[in-house]
Design a protein around this ligand. Structure first.
Ligand SMILES: [Zn+2]
Ligand SMILES: [Zn+2]
Length: 142
């Protein structure tokens, strides 16, 4: 039995594990990178809907940016969300991708209550820097 090389990750696999020259992982990665729109229900309806949402709401609902806007399901389709305008929110690309990393809860929390200004500065203001420059006759010699 001869192994075949996946053209994505260049590992060897049994021939039946490769489809189109790629292993399962590489095929998934490739699908994720492009072409997931129709496979996950992002069809023409969704494209029209998202264009509509952006036209009616031409700014990011998180940071008010007007650049790189993308539409996104509020309730994901996988959880029963529907392709209707009331289930679409407009986010800029960075907020949209940030949401994917941090989770929707963080996004909602941050848009509802902003931390008071100066909240961070308190921690940042001073740094003690201990022990720097300690060698030049600092109390060592009488
Ligand atoms: Zn592979
Ligand atoms: Zn934004």
């Amino acid at each position: 039995m001869s192994l075949k090389t996946c053209c994505g990750c260049f590992s060897n696999f049994a021939p039946q594990e490769l489809t189109g020259g790629r292993c399962l992982d590489c095929r998934r990665a490739k699908e994720r990178a492009r072409g997931t729109r129709t496979s996950r229900g992002y069809d023409n309806d969704w494209l029209r809907l998202s264009a509509n949402a952006i036209a009616q709401h031409p700014y990011c609902s998180n940071c008010r940016s007007t650049e790189d806007l993308t539409a996104d399901h509020i309730v994901p389709k996988s959880k029963g969300g529907r392709n209707v305008l009331s289930n679409v929110q407009v986010l800029c690309r960075s907020c949209n991708s940030g949401k994917r990393e941090g989770g929707r809860d963080r996004l909602e929390a941050s848009s509802q209550r902003n931390p008071p200004p100066g909240f961070r500065e308190k921690q940042r203001g001073w740094s003690p820097a201990p022990g720097r420059d300690g060698g030049s006759g600092h109390g060592r010699n009488p």
